[in-house]
Design a protein around this ligand. Structure first.
Ligand code: NAP
Length: 252
């Protein structure tokens, strides 16, 4: 069975490892190409956009893909919308590996906002020391609130155009541990954190550290992301694959 994983996440890599040694599947991992040095993968990898829905449809047909697993990031809504549309057009089975969001716990001081521009506005008029843990694509949106001192942690350096003026960049790749996160927040005298509700373990320690330090977190809500058949772990995805048969290839 030819499988395409839409990846870029810890779960996608875990699924790639599970499928790598499974002779029932011939699997390719697709990455957006957001990082110039992605982690090595144990299966074939392709990098870069498909060229919209039409491009994805063409790729699925040209490569004889039997099933797609969308294991992209919870905030990567466009690729998921394209995957749902391409599945509808081709009849190729689609499952979505959905990471559960973090839940607010006692002691959390979250302010939930609908979007990244809303997060910038929620920081208020008075200058604050802000930790941005969002990825580089959204940093420019904080240029609308130039009065704050920002510290942004990134895997890859952003383009230097249109960024807020008082911004320090820290280049690091997760996972991060609680003590290191606590130390970062204390050493940098952070007053507020801006985060996406990514879910999962790899980036949760900053949320736990904020709770321990009684720091507020401006939490950007997840986008509505179209999904196929929902699975919640790499193991579930393999079980689904075992039973999935694309209508277009049934009986072939
Ligand atoms: P997006 O807005 O859903 O995707 C934009 C375009 O990138 C897609 O239309 C597609 O191009 C291409 N693309 C995305 N994922 C792909 C994949 N796995 N394989 C091939 N092409 C892919 O997603 P985004 O712009 O990458 O990210 C949006 C937000 O998601 C970011 O702000 C970040 O917070 C979060 N995020 C994304 C990733 C990631 O690996 N993408 C990882 C961590 C966090 P075509 O239309 O040309 O096919």
């Amino acid at each position: 069975m030819r499988v395409l994983i839409l990846g870029g996440t810890t779960e996608a890599s875990a699924l790639a490892r599970l499928l790598a040694d499974d002779a029932r599947f011939e699997t390719t991992l697709s990455l957006a190409g957001r990082t110039s040095a992605p982690r090595a993968q144990p299966i074939a990898t392709r990098v870069g956009g498909f060229g919209g829905i039409d491009g994805q449809v063409r790729y699925l047909r040209d490569h004889g893909i039997d099933a797609v697993i969308d294991a992209t990031h919870p905030y990567a809504a466009q690729i998921s919308a394209h995957a749902v549309a391409a599945s509808a057009e081709t009849g190729i089975a689609l499952a979505s590996l959905v990471r559960r969001p973090w839940q607010r716990q006692d002691g959390d001081r979250w302010q939930e906002v609908a979007s990244t521009p809303d997060a910038a506005a929620a920081l208020g008029a008075a200058p604050r020391r802000v930790f941005l843990s969002l990825g580089r694509q959204d940093l420019h949106l904080f240029a609308t609130a130039p009065q704050h001192h920002y510290i942004a942690r990134l895997i890859e350096m952003p383009q230097q155009v249109g960024l807020p003026p008082d911004l320090v960049l820290v280049r690091q790749r997760g996972p991060f541990d609680l003590e290191a996160e606590r130390r970062l927040l204390v050493d940098e005298r952070i007053e507020v954190i801006v985060s996406k509700n990514s879910g999962g373990d790899a980036t949760y320690p900053k949320i736990a550290a904020a709770r321990a330090l009684v720091l507020p977190v401006v939490m950007i809500a997840r986008p509505d992301k179209p999904v196929g058949h929902v699975v919640t772990s790499a193991e579930d995805a393999v079980n689904w694959l075992v039973h999935a048969r694309s209508p277009s290839r049934r009986g072939v």
